[in-house]
Ligand binder design. Structure first.
Ligand SMILES: N[C@@H](CCC(=O)N[C@@H](CS)C(=O)NCC(=O)O)C(=O)O
Length: 208
């Protein structure tokens, strides 16, 4: 059975969402971000970065959440990337989302939600919101007149990008200047597999 090291309050949720979409049996091996979980020799042998998530599939060990999902999309089933074009677009959009949006969205989330109130800095919110307009504009253009990023059904391209943009929703980012992104993200986050992941997360964390 597939084994995923991580937890429901981390980037492992991207891979959990993917596994739920696939309907593939998997075991979530609860791993926190504490040094005793990440810095121990057994875990470092799997992931020398001392980060989560890590996927173990028989002899194959993979880290980097987006790469894990792109790997899972090679397996048969509902999330299979059916053509080289879909696989290529999924890689393109995944790298793009990590490079162009993830750091900005994480900093926005930190200064809107995650940090204790007295250290939140509104200038970070302003800056990140401003810098996100360019990539969001590009995504909006790509989604105008179409429902998905690659091909004509929901694929790992949509899942990987939406899993990052979900941080924008949690940060109360105003998506209204980018209506196609707003509609596409709503649809992605309405999916039963995402809701199952989110419900499990709520149970363990009591909210965000
Ligand atoms: N680019 C990596 C980032 C992994 C990452 O930073 N994971 C965080 C949890 S969300 C972590 O393990 N942090 C522990 C640390 O940095 O010490 C991925 O997408 O998998």
């Amino acid at each position: 059975m597939l084994k995923l090291y991580g937890n429901l309050r981390s980037r492992a949720t991207r891979c959990i969402w993917m596994l739920e979409e696939m309907g593939e049996p998997y075991e979530l091996l609860e791993t926190s971000v504490r040094p005793d979980d990440l810095q121990n020799p057994a875990y470092l042998r799997l992931n020398p970065n001392a980060r989560i998530p890590t996927l173990v599939d028989g002899d194959t060990v993979l880290w980097e959440s987006m790469a894990i999902n792109l790997y899972l999309a090679q397996k048969p089933g509902p999330m299979h990337a059916a053509s080289a074009a879909v696989a290529g677009l999924a890689a393109q959009w995944s790298f793009w989302a990590i490079l162009e949006t993830e750091a900005l969205l994480l900093d926005l989330l930190s200064h809107r939600v995650l940090l204790v109130e007295h250290v939140r800095d509104p200038s970070h919110v302003e800056r990140n919101t401003l810098l996100l307009q360019k990539p969001l504009g590009i995504l909006n253009q790509s989604l105008s007149g179409r429902e998905h990023l690659a091909g004509d059904s929901f694929t790992v391209a949509d899942l990987n990008v939406a899993s990052i943009l979900a941080w924008g929703k949690l940060s109360r980012l105003d998506f209204s200047p980018h209506p196609s992104v707003a509609r596409w993200l709503e649809r992605a986050l309405e999916r039963p597999a995402y809701k199952r992941m989110w419900d499990s997360r709520r149970k363990v964390s009591g909210g965000l």
